[in-house]
Ligand binder design. Structure first.
Ligand SMILES: *Cc1c(COP(=O)(O)O)cnc(C)c1O
Length: 391
């Protein structure tokens, strides 16, 4: 056989302004080059303790069961839903986008009764309709909802939806994938029962871990289960009991050591900056991006007040070729943005300013590159005016 020679890996850097991953903080990547030690090594146990403590700060919770699962956000979604939901439960799955829809698809695997409640993608949810649905279906005991719907750029009123769920005696599972570390999120003050997120969006880390936080009420429901959840690797109580929350930690599965170093550094930077400052920074840079795009004549999908500050959806001008523009942005400017998902495909671009990437320099760099590529497709625009007004 002819032996093929493989070169050493050499990837040129890109500015990741899509729906995730975002660029990790350089300090995070540096932390990930620290020596790999055993997952029960005393130095690593200390790293775990730090991660646990700082994750609670990030989620703004005192939940003792707050830990990073091995896997991406969808692993967290599946773990939370499959641990909480039993076949005899009735689940209200509220969706106004792709990830809300995915929560419902995952919940179906639990064989519970699922009541889907859909709102138009890109539009805010109607709290009155949600309340009416809860009223009309007194069996509902679990509600699923996405906080920041990355597929459309809509920020859902998770605090109010949580209040409604509790008013009708249901627990809530909140997807906080695109909000943790970038958008105001208060697990304890808002009484969110169960939530999962990721490392690669607003926490400035690469993909690979899914931080979750589990309230006392959720733990009690899990402890009352008549049969264990149909997952061993992601059995949250087991993982907590044997490894993350154990007095004497033992083997459950090998922790992804290097990923957890990275998360520790991402969280350390978040805590050092301060959560309020971080949130404000995301708001300011998002507002600058929206304003800049509007000056250039583009139109937002989501009205101000309902938009996510870490992800902006902008309508693609009629005469512009979507795929061509995104590939030219990547090829000529090394900038990645995301296409629309589902029925928003071809209609919007999704532009992320998440974590480390939420910087005014990135807003300018993006507007400038976009201006060049819109012009290349015959649109009469320039980013100059927008950038000078924002400066
Ligand atoms: C990205 C995302 C997910 C999925 O996370 P993965 O890391 O891709 O598995 C889930 N929910 C929302 C809202 C997301 O933005």
């Amino acid at each position: 056989m002819n032996e093929k020679k493989f070169q050493k890996l050499n990837i040129s850097p890109k500015l990741l302004l899509g729906a995730g991953p975002s660029n990790p903080n350089p300090e995070v990547l540096e932390a990930m080059t620290q020596p790999v030690v055993g997952h029960l090594d005393p130095t690593f146990l200390k790293v775990m303790d730090d991660v646990h403590e700082m994750l609670k700060i990030a989620f703004q919770t005192s939940n003792p069961m707050t830990l990073p699962l091995s896997g991406t956000g969808t692993a967290g979604m599946e773990a939370c839903i499959l641990n909480l939901v039993e076949p005899q439960d009735t689940v209200l799955g509220i969706e106004n986008g792709y990830f809300g829809y995915r929560m419902i698809e995952v919940a179906k695997r639990s064989r519970a009764t699922i009541i889907p409640l859909s709102f138009e993608w890109g539009q805010p949810m109607d709290l009155e309709v949600i309340e009416k649905t809860l009223q009309d279906n007194p069996n509902i005991n679990i509600v699923l909802c996405v906080h920041a719907e990355t597929s459309t750029g809509v920020l859902n009123p998770i605090k109010e939806i949580t209040e409604l769920a509790h008013k009708y005696d249901a627990l809530i599972v909140a997807d906080t994938v695109t909000s943790l570390g970038g958008v105001d999120l208060q697990i304890d003050n808002w009484n969110i029962d169960l939530s999962y997120s990721v490392t690669q969006k607003c926490l400035g880390c690469p993909p690979g871990l899914s931080p979750v936080t589990v309230s006392k009420a959720s733990i009690e429901k899990m402890e009352r289960r008549s049969v264990p959840p149909n997952t061993w690797y992601y059995d949250l109580l087991l993982l907590q009991k044997t490894y993350w929350g154990a007095e004497q930690r033992t083997y459950h599965h090998t922790a992804p050591i290097t990923m957890i170093y990275g998360l520790r550094e991402g969280l350390r930077l978040l805590v050092e900056e301060g959560i309020e400052k971080r949130i404000q920074k995301h708001t300011n840079n998002c507002n600058a991006l929206r304003k800049g795009l509007e000056i250039m004549g583009l139109e937002m999908l989501v009205p101000e007040g309902h938009n996510i500050s870490s992800l902006t959806t902008v309508k693609i001008p009629e005469q512009i070729n979507d795929g061509q523009l995104r590939s030219e942005l990547l090829k000529n400017h090394s900038i990645e943005i995301s296409a629309g998902l589902g029925n928003l495909g071809g209609k919007v671009w999704r532009i992320g300013l998440m974590g480390e990437n939420s910087k005014i320099e990135n807003v300018f760099r993006f507007l400038e590159a976009l201006g060049v590529e819109l012009k290349a497709q015959g649109m009469n625009v320039s980013a100059k005016e927008a950038i000078s007004q924002l400066s």
